[in-house]
Design a protein around this ligand. Structure first.
Ligand code: ADP
Length: 454
């Protein structure tokens, strides 16, 4: 299943090799790859050699692909090595690439969205002349595919090829499918390295770069795992704090009732308890809805409900809703005079973005006044929240929009590090972007830029 999803992501420009040992491995990769191309209305070519046509046909049928229909419509073609690689009787890499180029152009001219090809490379084991230039051809292909509207999987049956060829195949394909894994290929060398006379110096340089690239990728993963662990502990804390407070309130109420002393329950006291309970419940539900949003974003299920929205009105609404919190903290919150701007947006999602920016401005604003501005900039609106608080260091400015990322420790201010990540996803779903200008100690200005027509 994982293999299928990864293969579905492959497309224009990709040059993959499949190194397989069993028919199952072969079909598990090739059939989803070609089916995806057929669904995308790409012209598809399958060069048969190791198997016979009927075997391939049956494999497609067994996996529910209407292979005959696609062949009849001309979208899928099966060819032999004589019809593809050995058209002139001998194999010539340059001529073959010219042929591929022409086939792509013809497919596009016929209204197809691209071209994908797969070949059983055992043809190259034949005695025909030119077959010894196989690796040169593979290296040239890695030059041809990037930037083209075509892609390929070259199939290498490991039982039929010697280790020397498989080694060179691994040097010439940027991505290798091995069993049920799609592997970015650490051993891939640029065409110039395979074809040219590289110096030892160049090889050493390449080896060092590969090692560094590998380590950087590994570090990124380590950091992600660490951030997730930290997040789990912060999230439990964020859920636990309001829960503890709620538990205490209920216990105190139960004790009062048990004593039978209902005179202590004055309307003022009950109102205060209700107010505190409400605040804790809101805090809990904010944490839970942030968590839900993150999983929605992850599953690509963040849907916008677009309607005409007047930005000034939306700002006034949100400011009104947060005014009690600002007043309670003794922080001034102003709206700068702004024009009336109507756009096609998701009202409640944009309210969520502004609420988050305002609550950050309150949290990190050092008690100084906060201002909201709306400006029209051609076909776009710019919504800014300006604070004069602790600000951000340059190295933190990009990072804080990522999941779980915070520029401050859990001891200094509570939070999950999700608000800005969710805000960025919402803004981007509207075709807009969010950015921050800030200096440590000199406050921050977060600006959301949105097209009027999302
Ligand atoms: P949270 O506030 O829950 O940690 P956010 O995703 O909203 O999560 O923000 C991520 C981090 O960005 C915060 O932890 C804080 O370090 C930093 N940050 C956000 N807004 C501001 C601001 N107005 N001023 C300074 N730092 C900020």
């Amino acid at each position: 299943m994982e293999l299928q999803q990864e293969l579905q992501r492959m497309g224009h420009g990709d040059h993959l090799c499949l190194v397989y040992e069993t028919a199952e491995q072969q079909w598990d990769a090739i059939i989803p790859y070609l089916s995806e191309g057929l669904e995308r209305n790409e012209a598809c070519l399958y060069v048969i050699d190791d198997r016979d046509l009927e075997e391939v046909r049956q494999a497609f049928l067994a996996r529910g692909v209407d292979v005959d229909g696609y062949v009849r419509s001309g979208q899928l073609t099966f060819a032999t090595k004589r019809e593809a690689y050995l058209r002139s009787g001998t194999f010539d890499p340059a001529a073959m690439i010219a042929f591929l180029d022409q086939t792509v152009q013809e497919a596009l001219a016929a209204g197809r969205t691209g071209f994908r090809v797969t070949a059983e490379m055992t043809w190259a084991l034949g005695q025909e002349c030119g077959c010894e230039r196989l690796i040169e051809y593979e290296a040239r292909l890695s030059h041809f595919f990037p930037g083209s509207r075509a892609s390929a999987i070259c199939q290498y049956n490991r039982k039929r090829f010697g280790a020397d060829i498989i080694r060179d195949v691994l040097r010439t394909h940027p991505v290798a499918i091995l069993g049920n894994q799609v592997c970015p290929n650490l051993y891939y060398e640029k065409p110039g390295m395979v074809l040219g006379q590289e110096s030892t110096e160049q090889r050493v340089e390449w080896m060092i770069q590969q090692l560094q690239r590998f380590r950087t990728a590994e570090r990124k993963l380590e950091r992600a795992v660490q951030a997730r662990d930290e997040f789990l502990s912060v999230a439990s804390h964020e859920l636990n704090t309001p829960l503890t407070s709620l538990k205490l309130q209920v216990q105190s109420l139960t004790r009062t009732l048990a004593r039978g002393d209902t005179t202590a329950l004055t309307p003022e006291k009950v109102a205060r308890t209700a107010d505190r309970t409400d605040r804790q419940l809101r805090r809990l539900s904010r944490v839970v809805s942030d968590l839900l949003d993150v999983s929605r974003i992850h599953a690509h299920k963040l849907k916008l409900i677009l309607e005409p929205v007047e930005m000034r009105e939306l700002v006034a609404d949100v400011v009104e809703r947060t005014s009690a919190e600002f007043a309670w903290a003794g922080v001034r919150l102003d709206i700068a005079p702004s024009p009336k701007v109507v756009g096609l947006w998701d009202r409640s999602r944009l309210e969520q973005v502004l609420l988050n920016l305002l609550s950050n401005a309150l949290k990190y604003g050092a008690g100084k006044p906060v201002r909201v501005e709306v400006k029209l900039d051609g076909e776009r609106v710019r919504l800014s929240v300006v604070d004069q608080g602790i600000g951000l260091r340059e190295e933190d400015r990009a990072r804080i929009f990522e999941r779980f990322e915070r520029a401050i420790s859990a001891n200094e201010a509570s939070g999950l590090g999700l608000g800005l990540y969710i805000a960025r996803e919402i803004v981007q779903a509207h075709g807009g972007h969010i950015s921050v200008e800030s200096q440590p100690g000199a406050g921050s200005t977060f600006t959301v830029t949105l097209p009027l027509d999302a």
